[in-house]
Design a binder for this molecule. Sequence first.
Ligand code: NAD
Length: 460
Amino acid sequence: FVESKSPEWLDIHNPATNEVIGRVPKATHEEMLAAVDSCSRAYHTWSETSILARQQIFLRYQQLIKDNIKELAKLITLEQGKTLADAEGDVFRGLQVVEHTCSITSLMLGETLPSITKDMDTYTYRMPIGVCAGITPFNFPAMIPLWMFPMGMVCGNTYLLKPSERVPGCAMMLAKLLQDAGAPDGTLNIIHGQHDAVNFICDHPAIKAISFVGSNQAGEYIYERGSKNGKRVQSNMGAKNHGVVMPDANKENTLNQLVGAAFGAAGQRCMALSTAILVGEARNWLPELVERAKGLRVNAGDQPGADVGPLISPQAKERVNSLIQSGVDEGAKVLLDGRNVKVKGYENGNFVGPTIVSNVTPDMKCYKEEIFGPVLVVLEADSLDDAIKIVNKNPYGNGTAIFTTNGAVARKYTHEVDVGQVIFFFFLIFRETIMYSMWKIMCFLNLKIHKIMFFFSNVI
Ligand code: NAD
């Protein structure tokens, strides 16, 4: 840990009040160079350290995260705004990845094929590649950094992390805990900043691979710039997730799940279910959906009973409000309007209440753009085929869900929909974040997965 000598600092705000709660430096070029050099120097020894020794550090690390989950959550709520329950979930999902790193002894096994030709066998080893870097967004200050450096490091790489400049505190606390767990100096370095830090990561020759999570605009840029420099780059970007509601679905559960998945974490999840397609008679469920959404309590994340916290910034609030208005201007109907929500004691916060926009068509701006706020846009379709056509035409494809009690319908949807993650709600429980972590774990293990299907039953 070093004090930055940077002349340029950014304010960090509490989204519930917009008060300045801290400042983060834009690391100087010399500081960024020192961080990469530190990673490079540590790599030689770290990559030669036995897997069992690396595993021990992560066994201690997962325990330290568990012991500090409440403190981490408080910091997340302060900087990011989400409710304390959501913040604990944020840490918990990241913790699951750290727990997964503890299985590294089986995950790093290679393969052999004897006698591939005469007197020749083939062996596959999984080897670290050097200094890896992560660039993370504001919406999951713990989970997303924890997808990255623990798995990279336990495999023998060293890691340079650039957390979102809007929520830098959590990454620093996670780094301190890793140091306490026994990670040698240099194995993890954190630099702070914005575009200069990102460009530095894309360009520095010692960095071999980049993991990015965030918006399309930044992700496409980083993918192009990093790849041009010969690095492996993975960009996990924006989303517009559709939930197709069939009339045979269990109504009670479907409405509850829609409300939770659309408005939870104020819609600031890349797996938020931000678009519902009501098929046939399911269109009559709208009034009840509105009633349920009205029941959610909008409040500062640390207040008891809060369901929906603030958005990250006044700019985010303005953008969400203007996308709602664009729907109105283009002929959609706002059935529930959260734009003028007032939160007592937090009048300066970036709050938008749950909003439901119906009569939406695929050519509207509020449908085409990722809103990233507590807004559910609702379309209607006459049949499953029509619903699938709508989903497949949308350029985003992070996740999708179908609510049905019919196995044949669920199977058809899975096979015909062009989205990476498909979730069936047969009748029951939506454990989105667990599935999400499972998926991320698999992705970060570089498993080639086209589609992942999740089946849920009452017993889960
Ligand atoms: P963002 O793209 O603004 O920021 C992400 C990171 O990129 C930050 O560290 C930021 O400093 C940097 N950055 C921002 N703009 C940049 C630019 N023009 N050039 C270079 N670097 C830049 O994203 P955000 O607002 O922090 O996060 C929200 C977005 O992340 C949403 O679009 C959401 O869907 C997406 N997201 C995706 C996933 C996923 O797994 N696909 C998960 C979480 C969030």
